[in-house]
Design a binder for this molecule. Structure first.
Ligand code: PRP
Ligand code: URA
Length: 211
């Protein structure tokens, strides 16, 4: 497919929750909760190479060697609107992260992303950046988001999605081969409307009950 890195997290908890998330009979309330839980588990994997520094900590019993995060401060960038659900989950793990929003929708005919909003933290280039969007379909939205971040000087953002199609992974790796992608599933293909098959349908509609 490409030389870029893709990690599909095959942990049983992720796969169990993903099966429930895909199910058309899952309620909006449960869908939201599952998206949050899977995001927490994917972020755990996506951030496993964050640098640590040795520290000394004094427990109530003794002084001991310990480690604390030592690298850049973090920013999480959500692609509106479905990415919002994932932003909230990441903030539970990294409460001090700054948050950026990129508003994109897919044109229903061309399936190309149309930008309608952009607000990013100041000096985002100095941060470790995690881009979150549940669906990586054609890859147009992810590539547009990564283009914006690169133009701001972000060197190596990470991308976390719930489900991807091979077409989307290929598009990201063609334009941004250094971006690591973490997923719960890499599905079969896109249908004629550029929806991921088997996928889960429209992530935004299922999260917000808009259809
Ligand atoms: C969905 C999803 C991605 C995009 C993926 O958003 O959240 O942003 O589609 O498709 P792509 O890889 O082909 O670009 P959508 O455009 O449906 O907007 P929404 O989140 O506002 O519902
Ligand atoms: N956006 C979605 O929400 N679902 C898909 O399958 C593709 C794009």
């Amino acid at each position: 497919m490409s030389g870029g890195s893709v990690v599909v997290v095959d942990h049983p908890l992720v796969q169990h929750k993903l099966a429930l998330l895909r199910d058309r009979s899952t309620s909006v309330r449960d869908f939201r909760a599952l998206a949050r839980e899977i995001t927490l588990l994917l972020a755990y994997e996506a951030l496993r190479d964050l640098p640590l520094a040795d520290r000394t900590v004094t427990t109530p019993l003794a002084e001991t060697a310990a480690q604390r995060l030592a690298g850049k401060k973090m920013a999480v960038v959500g692609v509106l609107r479905a990415g919002l659900s994932m932003v909230e989950a990441i903030l539970e793990l990294v409460p001090s992260a700054r948050v950026g929003h990129i508003g994109l929708y897919r044109d229903p005919v061309t399936h190309l992303p149309v930008e309608y909003y952009k607000k990013l933290p100041a000096e985002i280039r100095d941060r470790e950046v995690l881009v979150v969007d549940p669906m990586l379909a054609t890859g147009g939205s992810a590539v547009a988001t990564l283009d914006i971040l690169k133009a701001k000087g972000v060197a190596r953002p990470r991308l976390v999605c719930l489900i991807a199609a091979p077409e989307g992974v290929g598009a990201v790796h063609e334009k941004h081969p250094e971006v690591p992608i973490t997923l719960a599933a890499l599905d079969s293909h896109l249908d004629d409307h550029a929806y991921i098959v088997p996928g889960l349908g429209d992530a935004g509609d299922r999260l917000y009950g808009t259809k």
